[in-house]
Write a protein that binds this ligand. Structure first.
Ligand SMILES: Cc1cc2nc3c(=O)[nH]c(=O)nc-3n(C[C@H](O)[C@H](O)[C@H](O)COP(=O)(O)OP(=O)(O)OC[C@H]3O[C@@H](n4cnc5c(N)ncnc54)[C@H](O)[C@@H]3O)c2cc1C
Length: 480
């Protein structure tokens, strides 16, 4: 039976961004039929609906702006079809549980957001990504089909077929057609998670992936999976200067993407700056004293070629890093877990820091095209150091996507941090990058989203939203 809470709902009124909202009631359906019935009844009065996943979002997008919250936490069914290798999940399934579940079939779901406790519904709705996006792309690439309950309570099944007549069209279970003309929107070619994905040759699912709870309630998700790698090689490479680190990344990125000499093929390339390493030193005394930065890489391999792969990585590491001998290599599950935890520890330690002394974290999420990345990186460092605020710079360097997390301690520091944020947003937009590569826009990044797109594009997005949600019920306050 559906649960209805009107007291003790404070945990549903916030997310990891610390924004706090308000709502009258939280509904927790146990089945999609209950969710559908509820949404149909809310349509009558046009009650605002905020869909809630795990609440790990960083932009306030699941923070309600009045009306009701519908939580997906009890919608957790999961099934795997061994003929098609497709995984079908209800939206409340926690991301970490998916790969645990898939292990029995020796398969895995490639995207891996650092926050393993996010829900699959949330991950699809924000087009989440993570470290392995370097090789495999974001959630969008892995969605095979979706079932969505629209605001009038009707269900649409959405496939990932490519559209070839520039008209977007889906038909609901009672035969109602929702269609609109597709225009070319200047979507950045970088990793990107800000606003609707629309293009004349898109897949039908693309519109709903990354729509941040604004178009309907995603009630079922079918995902593509891949065979689990036979063996995995990984490592954390330390550098005593950023110049050589950037050259190393550039080389690894180029060889991996173009497979130019076939020697290495990274599936992830992640960066830690000197401040990140300093934050982690209290847990990892073995971090070399002279290390100013580090790169975590992983490559899938097979038993027979493992030694050759190690050798190839070793050659390139030795060429670029004077701390090559200090590299932490990982070849078995325990060693890999240690490296993944090292990466995972950083954002959680960052939250510890906020709790102790900083008023609020200001975190960036921009990505820029590869050819502009090195200049962007140096500008980041220059402005961050000039701001004289505690910070860490880390993240998905393979995708030219770093997070600068700043921890201002007073109003003046907040102003200086905001200046860094705004300037780096402008610089990303100047080179056709994105204001958000993976966290989305939500309620907190609207001003930048509105800077990124012209009024014409924003009006077009609003018209799409109105088609599916004419009473503006879903995700009120997100994006627009
Ligand atoms: C420490 C930390 C690390 C993180 N690392 C990453 C990372 O590496 N990569 C990354 O991409 N993100 C990362 N995030 C951000 C966050 O984890 C992701 O955005 C995640 O996808 C949110 O999932 P959730 O279930 O918590 O969604 P919520 O926060 O609950 O909701 C997010 C949005 O999805 C909508 N939504 C949820 N379920 C549905 C549904 N069934 N139907 C329609 N709309 C729905 C909500 O309405 C809301 O708009 C990180 C966050 C933290 C705190």
């Amino acid at each position: 039976m559906i649960k209805k809470l009107s007291e003790d709902i404070s945990s549903y009124l916030k997310d990891a961004s610390n924004l706090i909202g308000f709502a009258d009631i939280v509904y927790i359906p146990e089945s999609k039929e209950e969710a559908q019935e509820l949404i149909r009844s809310l349509y009558v009065d046009g009650t605002p609906i905020t869909v809630s996943g795990s609440g790990t979002g960083l932009t306030g997008s699941r923070v309600p702006n009045g009306g009701v919250v519908i939580s997906t936490e009890r919608l957790t069914a999961m099934s795997f079809d061994e003929t098609t290798n497709l995984l079908t999940v209800e939206p409340g399934v926690v991301f970490r549980d998916v790969n645990t579940f898939l292990e029995q079939y020796s398969r895995f779901l490639p995207p891996n957001p650092t926050e393993w406790l996010c829900s699959i519904g949330g991950a699809v709705s924000t087009n989440a990504s993570g470290s392995r996006t370097f090789k495999y792309g974001a959630m969008r690439e892995w969605v095979h089909s979706l079932e969505v309950i629209l605001s009038n309570g009707e269900t649409v099944t959405i496939s990932s077929e490519t559209i070839n007549n520039s008209t977007y069209s889906v038909v609901s279970q009672n035969g109602e057609e929702f269609s609109f003309k597709l225009f070319s929107v200047p979507i950045p070619t970088t990793k990107h998670a800000a606003g609707y994905f629309v293009s004349p040759s898109m897949r039908t699912t693309d519109l709903f992936v990354g729509s941040e709870g604004t178009l309907g309630f995603i009630q079922s998700i079918t995902l593509k999976t891949l065979p689990k790698e036979e063996v995995l090689l990984g490592g954390i490479v330390f550098f005593d200067n950023y110049k050589r680190l950037l050259q190393f990344v550039d080389e690894v990125r180029t060889i991996s993407k173009t497979k130019s000499d076939g020697s290495i093929e990274a599936r992830l390339i992640e960066f830690f700056d000197e401040n990140s390493l300093n934050l982690l030193r209290k847990f990892y005394h073995e971090i070399p004293k002279s290390a100013k930065g580090a790169i975590w890489f992983e490559q899938e391999s097979i038993e027979e070629s493992m030694d050759i792969d190690i050798d190839n990585w070793w050659k390139i590491i030795a060429e670029y890093s004077s701390l090559a001998d200090e590299t932490w290599f990982a070849q078995n599950d325990i060693e890999h877990r240690k490296l993944a935890e090292f990466r995972h520890k950083l954002p959680s330690e960052v939250y510890e820091v906020i709790g102790k002394g900083s008023s609020a974290k200001i975190g960036t999420d921009m990505a820029v095209p590869t050819e502009f990345f090195d200049d962007y990186f140096w500008e980041y460092l220059r402005l961050l150091n000039q701001a004289n605020v505690q910070y860490v710079l880390f993240g998905h360097i393979g995708n030219c996507h770093l997070h600068a997390n700043m921890f201002p301690k007073n109003d003046e520091e907040t102003t200086r941090s905001r200046y860094v944020y705004d300037t780096m947003i402008s610089k990303a937009l100047e080179v056709k990058g994105t204001i958000s590569a993976e966290h989305g826009v939500g309620k907190l990044k609207k001003q930048y989203f509105h800077k990124m797109y012209s009024k014409e594009v924003l009006d077009y997005f609003v018209s799409i939203k109105s088609l599916f949600d004419p009473k503006n019920q879903f995700g009120k306050g997100n994006l627009f």
